[in-house]
Design a protein around this ligand. Structure first.
Ligand SMILES: [Zn+2]
Length: 344
């Protein structure tokens, strides 16, 4: 894990240091997915806990506190996120819960929600005095993963904030949070980098074909890097080829072929494709898939705008159910046949 923030976060970092004089008890960081919000708040948390913090607010990386932090076992720090995120390599140092998680994982898919038990577990943590006579820091992301009982439990805590405790939350979409939670937090926007800045960073990380990945992820550099690492370009190409040359027969074949590929990813590929068709029709612009300009232009000329809007609406609705389909294959067939019908 790098010890620094991303280049496009410098101004935000400086702005955030001004808050340290009078720390709010809860800060909600928001911005697009894949721009590095969680890394940013973890860096900030480390800086708050550091015992020899540098003048620019960065942690020293040398003190006992920084040592515990990097081992993920700082007694005054908790990180709350969905179980599904704990599969990432970054969580390898996590102590204690590892074994339990491994057994649970073998029986069912890891949860994508933040559950009430995770919030309740914070109570003990907040009721004992801090080990280092300093702050207690809780980092929680993505906040929209809080299910309803967990949201309500967190709200109670935010309404009666325990002394010396700072909550740092991150969210990709504020409109999916309870308004009562929003009103209890100081909001702090994190920016999307410029295309050039994001591209330079991806290249410095050795990502090949960085420009395409970045465009396909709507300019979000960490999302682009994650996709490039997974390397599911082949699956994406299979879908895009069908979207470029829609047919009933093709839709059924592709649904069969891609049934094991995460549905939420496929819905967002379709959403981006439809966005490009729409944007080309209205303004002659292509945002996500410029390499398909010819096909996008031809579709934009063919599809009536009302059909296009209906297809966009349909894709948005599918996004909501993509995590729990009865049958992935049927879900895909339905989605792709609808698309083919819309283009006919
Ligand atoms: Zn330190």
């Amino acid at each position: 894990m790098s010890n620094s923030i991303y280049p496009w976060q410098e101004a935000s970092w400086q702005q955030l240091q001004l808050l340290r004089q009078r720390m709010p008890h809860a800060i909600l960081f928001h911005g697009a997915a894949g721009i590095g919000k969680s890394d940013f708040i973890e860096r900030f948390a480390q800086g708050l806990l550091c015992e020899a913090v540098l003048p620019d607010g960065h942690a020293c990386g040398q003190c006992a506190s920084c040592g515990w932090f990097s081992q993920q076992n700082h007694p005054d720090y908790r990180r709350v996120r969905p179980e599904a995120l704990e599969d990432e390599p970054a969580a390898e140092g996590e102590e204690g819960e590892g074994e339990a998680k491994k057994t649970a994982k073998s029986t069912k898919a890891p949860s994508k929600e933040i559950k009430i038990e995770q919030i309740r577990n914070l109570a003990d943590f907040m009721n004992i005095s801090t080990h280092r006579q300093g702050l207690r820091v809780v980092v929680l992301y993505p906040a929209e993963a809080l299910n309803m009982p967990a949201s309500n439990a967190l709200l109670k805590t935010l309404e009666e904030p325990p002394p010396g405790t700072v909550f740092l939350l991150a969210s990709n979409s504020l409109d999916r949070l309870l308004p009562t939670i929003l009103s209890r937090c100081r909001k702090f926007a994190l920016p999307m980098p410029s295309h050039a800045e994001a591209l330079a960073w991806l290249k410095s990380q050795g990502v090949a074909d960085a420009d395409s990945w970045l465009r396909e992820q709507g300019g979000a550099p960490l999302a682009a890097m994650a996709q490039a690492e997974v390397g599911n370009r082949d699956d994406l190409e299979v879908l895009l080829q069908l979207l470029a040359h829609p047919s009933v027969e093709g839709a059924l074949k592709v649904a069969d072929k891609l049934q094991k590929v995460p549905l939420s990813a496929q819905v967002s590929w379709l959403q981006r494709w439809l966005y490009d068709v729409f944007s080309y029709k209205l303004a002659g612009n292509i945002r996500y898939y410029p390499r398909y300009q010819k096909e996008l232009a031809s579709l934009a000329g063919k599809i009536h705008v009302s059909r296009l809007l209906a297809a966009i609406k349909g894709a948005n609705e599918r996004r909501a159910t993509a995590d729990h389909p009865l049958s992935p294959k049927l879900f895909l067939e339905d989605m792709l046949l609808d698309y083919a019908a819309c283009c006919a």
